[in-house]
Design a protein around this ligand. Sequence first.
Ligand code: FES
Length: 118
Amino acid sequence: MRYKVLEANELTDGGQRIVSVKEMELGIYRIDGRYYAWRNVCPHAAAPVCAGLVRGTRLPSGVYDYRFGLDNQVLRCPWHGWEFDLTNGRHLAQGSKAKLRGYPVEADESGVYVVIGE
Ligand code: FES
């Protein structure tokens, strides 16, 4: 079922909003024109992860190398600092299988909708 969560263009690129749908809190993010919806529960210890800051992060690199990337695409959990890629929900630590729980988002001129199964 589709649930309207935002008006069309209510979020500018890089914007974020926490909404309530079916007794759940979801973080809605707009990144490079695409929308993403993630449940506001961290897979580590259930913090309200969507209250975290969105930034970039250090990328894997050599010992004396410092590479920054994924700018405005990484959500950092406010409790213990786990970082998640907002475009796929994956925890960025090497080897981790932790992931944010996400829902499909559809957007058109009438609004932004999250699709949640019954
Ligand atoms: S609860 Fe999110 S990193 Fe621990």
